[in-house]
Design a protein around this ligand. Sequence first.
Ligand code: IMP
Length: 376
Amino acid sequence: MQTLVVVGTQWGDEGKGKITDFLAQRSDLVVRYQGGNNAGHTIVLDGVKYALHTIPSGILSENITNVLANGMVINPKGLLDELKKLEGRTYQIKISDRAHIIMPYHMAFDAIRESKLKDKIGTTKKGIGPAYTDKAERSGIRMGELINKALFKEKLTEILEHKNSLAKLYGEPLFDFDEIYQTYSEYAKQLSPFVCNTSKLINEAIEQKKKVLFEGAQGTLLCLDHGTYPFVTSSSPTAASVPLNTGVAPWLIHGAIGVTKAYTTRVGEGPLPTELFDEKAHYIREKGHEYGTTTGRARRVGWLDLVLIKHAKRSGGLSGLAVTLLDVLSGLDELKVCVAYKLNGETIDEVPGLIDDFKACEPVYQTLKGWQEDIQ
Ligand code: IMP
């Protein structure tokens, strides 16, 4: 396939990095299309570990063009810190002039809002939700504006007035214009050589028959539209969101590989119907190193849930499935796989739209015999 999407089918952390790295080596462009530095995966090359949160997975190959597309929200400091670790290497990176910037007030309000919620979402506190909120509210700052000094000054002046009135309301420290302006102008100077119209870039590459890999972050169940709202992230990780988030026609996307763990994990709050609380959860968590790359939080663990995978296939589109981490299950006498839910006495095979219904779903399991040998 000339154009291919890699997408998580669960709540993120499905091992997409491994599949993406493999496919990236066969691609000319690798494009991140949504989310920001709430994502994370580690690549090891020649014994050196690179923790990537914002940068696409092709960055360690000098021939691959890495694109941060318009659907992303970008923390400039986070991005520059990641780039600093690549000093001495040759890489190609392009950033959309339409991508939105995560500002200090986004991170502050992410934390403030979480602290006030009764039913917490468990966000990564990276400012993702507030940055996308501002995008939808039309008060966001885009990369093209950040790198235009006069425009940035004008926008920041107006926006900070509003953000500071909110900070006062919350009894929080005010945001200092000079400090933010100076710091972000410095980031802008360093990032501006990479900024361009990435939709044009990707479309031209497709016309030239180059191979493009679209790298999804998070997973389908964290999708703002098709996930377990409100316990979701603020973007859409699905393959269906790629055209909008990159400026590429839907009919130019040839396929989507869904990545699925052989079990289920979730970080943060929200229902997880097949969740395990016994020693099996501990076994899987330790064996699978199920701790967050970005926040270090222990991931919640459950059996494989096929209702979720079918939902991911239906709502976002999948042309293939890559199953990861099967070897983690070696040594268990038996395995359970959820094939349907029981809700109010009825058997259903879909993810309910209402979160309270989803919370009430009880898994219907098929039990399979396990294996003892190491299949790593
Ligand atoms: P946010 O994306 O920081 O707003 O967090 C919203 C929800 O998505 C929380 O439950 C996070 O734990 C979860 N989340 C965000 N990014 C990732 C990820 O890369 N992997 C797994 N969960 C994530």
